[in-house]
Write a protein that binds this ligand. Structure first.
Ligand code: GLY
Length: 331
């Protein structure tokens, strides 16, 4: 091939490559791009994971109705779940680790990327409020273990036994029945994750859990990890995760969802793509339930899970309902 012809062919190939990359990049985008409108078009809305989200949303809604911020709303909302002794996966009444200790993980984040987190916190009923104190009263983001508890006590939180008689009985039964490895199933990973948008269009999120039932002592899940259990970017939106925290951490799940929204995906598509990324990274999907919820700055919401059965609660001026998330796999 003569030099000029070769160069011509080469540059045509480059142009072709350039355009095919462009076309491929475009093909990655959803059919309907999520435009992110100005904040004044947004209306207050709250979503949170699982059925316990209904009561938590209503509590958070009261805060928004009084003109409170989304940060106040998500804190107050999930505090209700933390205090529910009948909930086996969050706060008081949560199932303990394999040694019988209830250890709590939580984090909170607002639209300015301010965030706080606590992990492996014991005997404090409201880890979400301690996480907020970490955010507001310290130069740090995350406190864990005894340091987190000492910090909480210094801020006026009181110690409380969080292992209810019912949760203790379930733990003792587990010890009698199995005690081989921590149980993994869809029921014991139902963290509450909540996202709220206030009247000013600001989004905040909160995430709180007692974690994987009968976990190894010292285990942290995704819930206290900013970017895994929760992520908010005021320019884009927010996301929360529920389910097997280890899998969520491996792909920085909530951050991934927000970044996918940044690249034009709708909240539901972003959650689905994050679930698909988890699928690709795991050969064994048995019992690997994970779910995401997301909200963009326009107040559009969505969710998606690996397995059937994940649902989330939605509250706004017109709606107060549970939504079944779409999913990839049947159990
Ligand atoms: N997603 C909660 C946990 O794995 O601890």
């Amino acid at each position: 091939m003569k030099r000029r012809k070769f160069l011509g062919a080469a540059s045509l190939t480059s142009i072709g490559l350039f355009f095919s990359q462009y076309v491929n990049a475009k093909a990655d985008l959803p059919l309907e791009k999520s435009n992110i409108p100005a904040k004044d078009e947004a209306k207050p809305i709250i979503i949170s994971t699982w059925n316990h989200g209904m009561a938590a949303n209503r509590m958070a809604w009261k805060v928004l109705l009084k003109g409170g911020t989304s940060l106040d709303a998500v804190e107050k909302g999930v505090m209700l779940t933390e205090s529910d002794p009948n909930n086996r996966s969050v706060g008081l009444g949560g199932l303990p680790d394999r040694d019988g200790n209830v250890t709590l993980d939580a984090c909170i984040m607002n639209q300015k990327s301010q965030c706080g987190s606590v992990g492996y916190l014991q005997e404090i009923e409201h880890p979400i409020s301690v996480a907020r104190k970490v955010m507001e009263d310290t130069p740090h983001v995350m406190l864990v273990g005894k340091g987190a508890q000492d910090f909480a006590l210094s801020k006026g939180f009181e110690k409380k036994n969080l292992l209810t008689p019912e949760a203790k009985a379930e733990w003792l039964q587990w010890k009698r029945d199995q005690m081989k490895k921590p149980r993994i199933n869809s029921e014991n990973h139902d963290t509450i994750g909540m996202l709220a948008m206030d009247k000013d269009g600001n989004i905040s999120g909160a995430c709180t859990t007692s974690g994987w039932a009968y976990k190894l002592p010292g285990r942290l899940g995704d819930s206290p990890i900013i970017g895994a259990g929760l992520f908010v970017d005021g320019e884009i939106g927010g996301a929360c995760a529920t389910g097997m925290g280890e899998a969520v951490i491996r792909i920085a799940g909530s951050h991934t969802v927000v970044e996918l929204m940044r690249h034009g995906h709708s909240p539901e598509e972003a959650c689905k793509l994050a679930v698909e990324r988890i699928r690709k990274k795991h050969e064994d999907l048995k019992d690997l339930q994970v779910g995401f919820i997301a909200m963009n700055r326009a107040g559009k919401v969505g969710g998606y899970s690996m397995y059937a059965g994940f649902n989330y609660a939605l509250k706004d001026a017109e709606n107060d309902e549970m939504i079944d998330a779409k999913y990839d796999l049947e159990w």
